[in-house]
Write a protein that binds this ligand. Structure first.
Ligand SMILES: NC(=O)c1ccc[n+]([C@@H]2O[C@H](COP(=O)([O-])OP(=O)(O)OC[C@H]3O[C@@H](n4cnc5c(N)ncnc54)[C@H](OP(=O)(O)O)[C@@H]3O)[C@@H](O)[C@H]2O)c1
Length: 322
């Protein structure tokens, strides 16, 4: 099946399984969980008996509302906690990670927060989509990696999951920026930026970096995977205009159904390590041809080295936690 027909089939005919597995005793962090897929995933975790669900949000008042909504729908009190996290600020990421490192365990780090915009603005001297979806996302994961590894080591029953939510739209670009001397410098240059595919570019970068670093974690006890929820109703397309709205109207999954794919990524075992997941199942075959091509491999090596340099400037030593 071609990419388009496989996507249409998935959107129209596949309904990911409703989660019923137990998350008893588990501590789960969901970034961007005040709305959208993150909120619905957090609701599933709370309903499925998680001990602590940390709603990592940039808007604490919105997080409190989300917490209230989860408590009302699940009748489980004192499970959700609202913690502030703004991925557009490295200081906020570092403060969050420092706080989360003091947790007794982290079973799931679901890195779901993300933006899709065609407007070029900067955050921390990088184009905002790249700063939020890529740089801060990996910064947070790497800062919490020691805690995930510690959880794996100290709790025999634990299988910590580090999850980066990606998208099938990673296939909409072959990252031409990676042909230039420095990929991120081109992405950060407003005159050269192709904002039409900036969100897909950020999702492709996530895919490449996960595939690059997963082998380094092979013996860590931590499962790193990357679910694609498919096209779902959420707040994501808020800036993307009429055509995105129309497409969603016809094809999108409900937010709740889409969120099942994120919960599935927290249940699946070692077979998902380093893998892309679609419809809640490991599906590396659904990656774009570019990702697995020779050019894609070269881009993967290059962008990891470049990202590593950026991350090391933010927190020296952070990429040494494998
Ligand atoms: N919906 C889809 O069709 C679809 C398809 C494929 C992949 N995805 C992926 O699924 C994930 C969730 O998207 P969604 O559709 O649920 O979108 P959404 O409804 O827009 O939710 C995104 C979440 O990210 C948060 N966020 C944005 N910027 C942030 C920042 N600087 N710091 C911390 N949190 C921030 C938002 O907070 P605010 O409410 O404060 O803005 C919100 O909670 C994203 O990674 C997206 O790429 C979605």
């Amino acid at each position: 099946m071609g990419f388009l027909s496989a996507w249409l089939y998935s959107q129209l005919f596949v309904t990911p399984k409703y989660p019923t597995e137990s998350f008893a005793d588990q501590t789960i962090i969901v970034t961007g969980s005040n709305v959208g897929l993150g909120l619905e995933a957090a609701r599933h975790f709370a309903r499925c008996n998680a001990k602590r669900v940390i709603l990592a949000v940039r808007n604490v008042a919105a997080g409190e509302k989300a917490k209230q909504s989860i408590e009302e729908s699940t009748s489980r009190q004192n499970v959700c906690e609202v913690w502030e996290l703004d991925l557009a600020s490295y200081a906020s990421v570092k403060a969050f990670a420092e706080r989360a490192s003091k947790l007794s365990r982290i079973d799931v780090l679901l890195e779901n927060a993300g933006i899709a915009t065609q407007n070029f603005t900067l955050a921390e001297d990088h184009e905002r989509t790249i700063a939020v979806n890529v740089i801060s996302t990996f910064l947070l994961g790497l800062l919490l990696l020691p805690k995930l590894k510690e959880t794996a080591k100290q709790i025999p029953t634990a299988k910590p999951h580090w999850i980066i939510v990606t998208s099938e739209v990673h296939a909409l670009t072959n990252l031409p920026e990676s042909k230039s001397p420095n990929t991120f410098e081109v992405l950060d240059d407003e005159k050269k930026a192709n904002m039409q595919v900036r969100y897909p570019t950020s999702k492709l970068l996530e895919v490449l970096v996960v595939r690059k670093i997963a082998p380094k974690l092979a013996d860590s006890g931590v499962i790193l995977n990357m679910p694609n929820p498919g096209m779902c109703h959420s707040e994501l397309a808020r800036e993307l205009g009429f055509s995105a709205w129309l497409l969603k109207l016809v094809l999108a999954r409900t937010t709740e159904v889409g969120s099942r794919t994120l919960v599935a990524a927290a249940i699946v075992g070692n077979e998902s390590h380093g893998a892309y997941m679609t419809d809640g199942k490991v599906s590396n075959g659904a990656l774009s041809a570019f990702v697995t091509s020779e050019d894609g491999q070269k881009a993967q090596e290059k962008v990891w080295l470049e990202l590593k340099e950026i991350l090391e400037k933010i927190v020296p030593g952070v990429t040494g936690s494998f």
